[in-house]
Design a protein. Structure first.
Length: 455
């Protein structure tokens, strides 16, 4: 009974808003933060959640006097314990901790100002008995779960950042400014000054005022988030269009160059044969054999059954020959007929450019090997490019991390490959070991029509 009375005192007494506020904050950060950022297991993590709640309520009990305006300290105290909880339980830097805590702060305040005043009306028929307490606990449990669901459905897709992604400084600055602004404007002394001394007992007006201020702050933050997302999307679209135009022009030039080389090589072979018939000396034969061997390098055009693939593979094989790189290819180009020629050129061109750049850095020429394979597996088209690498490559969001200074522009090739694959409903998969780097492009094959319909 003592425990029940204690719980009843907390949920029906002056601490009621603080418990619900901190519950909403903790639920919000649990939804927003990446699950892999936890420092401890589920049991210990849950225990630390309970300790955070108990410590925060104890601090409010000793520091806040509910008979005067010092109750404005309740929200900052809850926020301080939330920040401490994130520092102790999450493997995140300070910017991510502050960012998620600010969203939790505003979400919890909006929920508190909305639902806590409604408890009296919702539970008016209940009494101060155990069944009434159970209904109260059920009321707040459902509300907390509802807040978590709304955060998961509405807020999470828009605000979550990768654990390694840098949060823009201006976004953090605006979050800090909104938190300061809300804390100041939501202070009871400010409210009484704005509403007048006669409104001290008008709790409904105070609640509405605090709700409006919190809603405005959230709207400003969401508006900033939408504008930044729109700007980033426009930049990516412009960049992808520019890359597409460059790849289209490069494809045309490559096609012309390969055709010219093939014609010249064909003519040169016939000329060498004519010279050999006129001169039968040993030295001339030896020189002609060397010339023919050199010509065969340029005459070794790839023939896979797909014109666009033949062009890009032949072009890259010439680059490999100049850098003493051995490129092998096992591909049936007929599987690629449903792909646009420029898209096909973009994927293979970027993939092979990255592989050539990687193996060119290897001192051991025996490791300068690139393997290209095109095959099908069930209903998927599989494009695989493998090469040796110097150590294991770290991956961030499925793409290799870069050590280059220009982190924004580096990696555009792989992002372009992923974007092209997604255009056909596919994706890419990257695997990296200490010595091997493998890029796999997976694209669903189009549904083939029955023979009767095709005829």
């Amino acid at each position: 009974m003592i425990l029940l009375e204690l719980i009843q005192q907390f949920f029906n007494g002056p601490n009621k808003p603080n418990i619900f506020r901190l519950l909403c904050e903790l639920v919000t950060v649990e939804v927003l933060c990446h699950p892999h950022s936890r420092r401890y297991g589920t049991a210990l993590h849950g225990l630390l959640l309970l300790l955070t709640m108990a410590a925060s309520q104890a601090a409010i009990y000793f520091l806040v006097d509910s008979d005067n305006a010092s109750t404005a300290l309740e929200a900052p105290i809850c926020l301080a314990f939330l920040l401490l909880h994130l520092v102790l339980t999450r493997k995140m830097d300070g910017t991510h901790i502050f960012y998620y805590a600010s969203w939790a702060y505003f979400t919890a305040e909006l929920a508190t100002q909305t639902f806590v005043p409604l408890q009296t009306q919702v539970l008016r028929l209940t009494s101060e008995t155990v069944p009434g307490l159970c209904l109260t606990l059920l009321y707040y449990a459902l509300l907390t779960a509802g807040v978590g669901y709304c955060v998961y459905r509405l807020l999470l897709p828009a605000v979550r950042y990768s654990q390694t992604a840098a949060i823009p400084k201006r976004r953090l600055a605006l979050h800090g400014l909104m938190m300061i602004l809300f804390t100041v404007l939501a202070n009871y002394q400010v409210i009484f000054w704005l509403l007048g001394e006669n409104n001290r007992l008008n709790s409904n007006m105070i609640t509405v005022y605090r709700w409006v201020v919190c809603a405005v702050c959230i709207f400003v933050l969401l508006l900033q988030n939408s504008l930044e997302t729109l700007q980033r999307t426009e930049m990516e679209l412009a960049l992808n269009r520019q890359l597409w135009l460059l790849q289209k022009e490069q494809y045309k030039l490559s096609q012309e160059n390969i055709d010219l080389i093939n014609r010249k090589c064909h003519d040169l072979k016939h000329q060498m044969e004519a010279i050999r018939q006129l001169k039968d000396e040993v030295e001339i034969d030896r020189q002609l054999e060397e010339m023919e061997h050199a010509v065969l390098i340029y005459d070794s055009a790839m023939k896979t059954g797909n014109r666009a693939l033949d062009i890009v593979l032949t072009e890259k094989s010439l680059q490999c020959e100049g850098r003493h790189i051995n490129m092998t290819c096992m591909a049936d180009g007929s599987y690629l007929d449903f792909l646009d020629k420029i898209d096909l050129y973009t994927m293979f061109g970027n993939a092979l450019d990255n592989a050539i750049e990687a193996v060119s850095k290897l001192e051991d020429r025996a490791q300068r090997v690139i393997q290209v394979a095109v095959y099908t597996e069930r209903d998927l088209l599989m494009i695989r490019v493998r090469n040796y690498s110097q150590g294991k490559v770290a991956l961030v969001d499925g793409l290799p991390a870069t050590s280059k200074e220009d982190k924004q522009d580096h990696g555009i090739g792989l992002r372009s490959i992923r974007s092209t694959a997604e255009k056909y409903g596919g994706d890419i998969a990257i695997q990296s070991t200490e010595h091997i780097f493998s890029l796999q492009i997976l694209i669903p094959l189009p549904q083939r029509q029955p023979l009767e319909e095709a005829e």
